[in-house]
Design a protein around this ligand. Structure first.
Ligand SMILES: Nc1ncnc2c1ncn2[C@@H]1O[C@H](COP(=O)(O)OP(=O)(O)OP(=O)(O)O)[C@@H](O)[C@H]1O
Length: 302
């Protein structure tokens, strides 16, 4: 459904006192995604994951390359194409506190994409309530401002706004990293549920390889602006080819070995010994599915 070829992007660095120079952030990025697939993008901080996502949703303009969505070239969309892009590709950002306008009520935040798409106003309330219901919120949240809701509720609003136009492709950029551990699990489950219900394709940008292992169909590994490896989840985790992928997988395995596998984690001796330290120091690495979700939720309630 989406084909990206030889995408390049640079930013200018320097300021008025120093000479401006171009810094390459994306270099010859090529990949494709099939319908209903979950592609996870991993890589160290600053390697260009967000910039790549922004080029796909037209928040940044690439220097060169091509982005083709369902046979339409959307690399440099004009006004008409813009509407096609925003109704087909949506992005949810890391931090709902900065992605939602604090001066607007939830109703108005949710109505924005409908207004931009010139949908009939008389249907807004019904559509908004339906989508809120999808993300586990209700009418009582409609007139609130973002600061009156929790971080998890605000991220649900950000997701609801992203899916209100029923996009075929959703890009989730570190959507849980600003949230509490127990809420992280809820948001991931919500995304997986919505993906299934709405038949969406998902690009999931994430640092947490343990989570990637659970949800990805394929994984793209980025380093310094390049995709150094892209393959099925099994290949990436069991036969990583690139040195950097091997390091990421090794680091993840070392950490996984430290996490207890017992069904009843809270009573296991390992939990008592290392659970506390891991929860405090390595928040992003906690398994958030199955027994380990119970483990983290239970810990949070104490
Ligand atoms: N608007 C901008 N102007 C100049 N440089 C930028 C801009 N946006 C991003 N960069 C730089 O581009 C590089 C890639 O940034 P990007 O946010 O895409 O990385 P990332 O892989 O998403 O990082 P993280 O995992 O920390 O979110 C970084 O060096 C960053 O400083």
């Amino acid at each position: 459904m989406l084909e990206v070829s030889e995408l390049n992007k640079s930013y200018s660095s320097g300021n008025i006192f120093s000479r401006k120079k171009k810094v390459k952030v994306l270099e010859d990025i090529s990949f494709s995604i099939s319908k209903h697939e979950t592609l996870c993008i991993v890589g160290e901080s600053g390697c260009g994951k967000t910039t790549l996502a922004k080029c796909l949703v037209n928040l940044e303009k690439p220097d060169s390359g091509k982005v083709i969505l369902e046979d339409t070239d959307i690399t440099f969309p004009d006004r008409n194409l813009n509407s096609f892009v925003s109704s087909n590709i949506q992005m949810v950002f890391q931090n709902p506190d900065t992605s939602l306008n604090p001066k607007k009520r939830i109703y108005d935040i949710m109505a924005e994409p409908l207004i931009l798409q010139k949908r009939p106003k008389k249907n807004f309330r019904k559509i908004i309530l339906e989508v809120l219901d999808h993300v586990g919120l209700s009418e009582k949240h409609l007139m609130s401002y973002p600061h009156q809701l929790s971080g998890g509720q605000n991220q649900r609003i950000a997701i609801a706004r992203a899916i209100i136009l029923r996009p075929t492709l959703l890009i989730a950029d570190e959507v849980t990293s600003a949230l509490d551990v127990s809420i992280q699990a809820q948001i991931i489950h919500l995304l997986i549920k919505l993906k299934k219900e709405m038949g969406m394709t998902l690009i999931f940008i994430c640092h947490d390889l343990i989570l990637v292992k659970r949800i990805a169909d394929r994984v793209a590994v980025m380093q310094e602006g390049k995709i150094v490896e892209i393959n099925t989840k099994d290949q990436i985790f069991h036969k990583p080819q690139h040195q950097y992928t091997q390091k990421l997988v090794n680091d993840m395995e070392k950490l996984s070995m430290k996490l207890p596998e017992s069904d009843n984690l809270s009573s296991s001796p390992e939990f008592k010994k290392i659970g506390f330290a891991i929860l405090n120091c390595k928040r992003q690495y906690i398994h958030i599915f199955g027994t380990k979700e119970y483990f983290s939720v239970k810990y949070n309630k104490k």
